[in-house]
Design a protein around this ligand. Structure first.
Ligand code: ADP
Ligand code: MG
Length: 262
């Protein structure tokens, strides 16, 4: 504490830093100034270091905000994904997507596969990667989004909600096909997909092959139009095999049996 007193705070500094919204400058100027004085660091370097700290902290704060705004049900990462357990998925292709260039191109990702095969995990992990790149991401299920739109009641509110959702760079539509929609729900989801087509990116997870999307969108023409828009610029990733949780449980059971025999 006694070392801290060695540098007198210049007049206005704290107030000006607050006014300029530079919280990291405010937190670190004094400590870095002490270090600079001690090591006779040139003024320009001191300033550069302080500015860099502000930039790094700002980036970190922004990523944290993006992740919290995305409302992921669980925080999943690509590091936590066992690619060896999922031979249908090409690791390099996923890592390429994680660079978020597809978002710049307003392209989509479709994850297709059986329940428990890692679709939501991969969709969330890609969403997290997009947050890391500063993209605005929103995770929702197809049913949740459709309900939100159906419950809008007035045309004004519906249009506000559509605008709100279309503001995100990436919308993750999880579990398309798990719950069939009624006519209004199907029409409204179609409106949303049309609205974001070639303007935003969608990451869609589904257990239904495209040939069966007419069951969700109720008629073949609507389904074809949705598929056309989503698939036009899309990377399709197909997960294979049995549920990962089931396999995990089976592995644990076998290991337990082995231990019991030993
Ligand atoms: P889906 O959305 O296809 O039904 P999930 O992504 O919800 O499947 O996966 C079910 C559970 O298994 C999750 O906890 C997920 O993290 C885990 N999981 C699935 N596949 C993998 C994998 N290849 N590596 C690590 N965890 C996995
Ligand atoms: Mg899922």
């Amino acid at each position: 504490m006694s070392r801290r007193k060695t540098i007198a705070e210049p007049a206005h500094l704290s107030g000006d830093l607050r006014e300029l919204k530079l919280p990291s400058f405010l937190d670190h100027w004094e400590r870095l100034a002490q270090e600079a004085e001690k090591s006779r660091q040139p003024h320009a370097e001191y300033l550069a270091e302080l500015a860099h700290q502000e930039v790094c902290d700002r980036h970190e704060r922004r990523v944290r905000r993006r992740i919290s705004d995305a409302r992921f049900p669980r925080l999943k990462t690509l590091d936590g994904f066992d690619f060896d357990a999922q031979p249908g998925i090409d690791r390099d292709e996923v890592l390429e997507l994680a660079r978020a260039d597809f978002v710049e191109e307003h392209a989509n990702v479709v994850l297709l596969g059986e329940v428990g095969t890692g679709k939501t995990h991969l969709a969330s992990a890609l969403g997290m990667a997009c947050c890391q790149r500063g993209k605005r991401v929103r995770f929702t299920t197809a049913a949740e989004l459709t309900n939100l739109l159906v419950e809008s009641k007035s045309v004004d509110r519906l249009s506000r909600r559509l605008d709100q959702m279309a503001r995100y760079d990436v919308v993750i539509l999880d579990e398309l096909g798990y719950v069939p929609f009624d006519k209004l729900g199907a029409d409204l989801l179609f409106s949303f997909i049309t609205k974001v087509y070639e303007r935003r990116s969608l990451i869609v997870t589904t257990n239904l092959p495209f040939a069966r999307w007419s069951e969700v969108f109720l008629d073949a023409t609507a389904a074809a139009a949705v598929i056309d828009r989503i698939v036009h610029h899309a990377t399709i990733l197909k997960t294979e095999g049995k549920s990962y949780r089931l396999r995990d449980a089976e592995r644990a059971k076998k290991a337990k049996a082995r231990r019991a025999r030993a």
